[in-house]
Ligand binder design. Structure first.
Ligand SMILES: NC(=O)c1ccc[n+]([C@@H]2O[C@H](COP(=O)([O-])OP(=O)(O)OC[C@H]3O[C@@H](n4cnc5c(N)ncnc54)[C@H](O)[C@@H]3O)[C@@H](O)[C@H]2O)c1
Length: 372
């Protein structure tokens, strides 16, 4: 018989791609999602991109009855429902803590009563804070987040105690978490709570630390999510993308299709139980490079990215994934290059009407003293 899978937050960007991946591979998919206005717009309708064979239950993860109902007959759970804005989490503290932390607690209490074969929880690279670095001699070093005083002087790079500049290296799962936002704190909480409770009640749990996901269906109208969607939204409105600091900060952009496959592998691989995996591309790009690549693909080369020299509270300088553990245990190999991914994203974007709320979001952060 086909396995029944539940995806909380499955009407969102990554969840809907996972739904597709699972349906294609012979699983039955149910989604529990409250169709949050910031992601899905005012009407709260079923998103057109959600595969029609996916069953949708509209409900909140904090609601015990909704969770119990959604768990009926379920073999495997993916827990993706979350508030996802790093900046927004620094002033909507209660909302982020309620949805992300309490929502996970409500789900876990229901799973203690109705255990499943596996629980896969979406964690995040944001829990690392700064990625891993090395000094001039090649010795690896963990570095604390940069202090405001340093950033005020537009001194963007990470230094060791002797003041020497450190260079980024791929970040493995063993890097000590350094939580720099309420969002990061809540993702770490979700990850730990799931692993801890799973261990206590013999529910196999896998935590996947996603790096910067991109691809079709990422909410362009949500100014708090992925940088590629934000840049695309600006380009489509013939405005330059706004780049913080000097644009040389490094990130790891991973195609949502690769993430969806990694999620399926996490369910299908028995050895993954109890483990944490980085899910990234393993490649590093500066934010400026990414903006410039996108301008070319969208035919907007004449729009030059605006390097603002400003910074956001909680932002890190460099982080990209060491994916060797996912390669070895899950058999995960990213198959999309950033160029291919942007091309494909561009194809989808042509049909989108991107409402640009980025300026509003920027003003909101500024008004709260969260950007300098
Ligand atoms: N997109 C990324 O780059 C990225 C990176 C790291 C981790 N993650 C994690 O992956 C998961 C999915 O992220 P995404 O990018 O698809 O975000 P998304 O905002 O597109 O999807 C989240 C979904 O959760 C739903 N949701 C929000 N609050 C809810 C609630 N109280 N009850 C039920 N549903 C609720 C939303 O309606 C939305 O459909 C999240 O847990 C996120 O923290 C995403």
């Amino acid at each position: 018989m086909k396995k029944q899978v539940l995806i909380t937050g499955g009407a969102g960007f990554i969840g809907s791609h996972l739904a597709n991946e699972l349906l294609k591979n012979g699983y039955k998919v149910r989604v529990l999602d409250n169709l949050l206005e910031q992601v899905h717009g005012e009407n709260g309708e079923r998103p057109a991109y959600l595969p029609k064979d996916a069953e949708l239950i509209t409900g909140d993860v904090r609601n015990r009855a909704a969770i119990r109902n959604a768990l009926e007959g379920v073999d495997v759970v993916y827990h993706f429902a979350a508030r996802v804005g790093v900046g927004q989490s620094m002033y909507e503290l209660q909302e982020y803590t309620e949805v992300n932390n309490t929502g996970t607690a409500v789900l876990l209490e229901a799973l203690i009563e109705n255990p499943v074969e596996k629980l896969v929880v979406a964690s995040s690279m944001s829990i690392y804070g700064e990625g891993l670095y090395q000094d001039a001699s090649g010795k690896h070093q963990e570095a604390p987040c940069r202090k405001k005083e340093q950033l005020k002087q537009a001194d963007w790079e990470v230094h060791n105690a002797k003041g020497e500049k450190l260079s980024p290296v791929a970040t493995p799962e063993s890097k000590t978490p350094d939580l720099a936002s309420v969002y990061a704190l809540s993702k770490y909480d979700q990850e730990r709570m799931c692993l801890m409770v799973g261990n206590a009640y013999n529910i196999p749990v896998v935590a996947l630390r996603f790096f910067n996901a991109y691809g079709p269906y990422q909410a362009l109208s949500n100014p708090y999510t992925g940088v590629l969607a934000i840049f695309a939204s600006r380009f489509l409105n013939n405005k330059p993308p706004l780049i913080f600091e000097d644009g040389q900060q490094i990130r790891d952009f991973v195609s949502v299709y690769d993430i969806a496959r990694a999620c399926r592998l996490a369910m299908e691989t028995p050895e993954a139980a109890g483990e944490v995996f980085n899910i990234g591309s393993g490649k590093s790009y500066t934010i400026q490079e990414v903006a410039e690549k996108m301008a070319v693909v969208l035919g907007k080369k004449y729009i030059k990215p605006e390097i603002t020299g400003k910074y956001r509270v909680g932002d890190i300088r460099h982080c990209y994934a060491d994916i060797s553990k996912a390669k070895e245990i899950l058999g995960y190999t990213p198959s999309y290059s950033l160029e291919e991914g942007i091309q494909e994203l561009a194809g989808w974007l042509q049909d989108q009407i991107a409402e640009d709320k980025v300026a509003d979001a920027k003003e909101e952060l500024e008004a709260r003293g969260l950007t300098v």
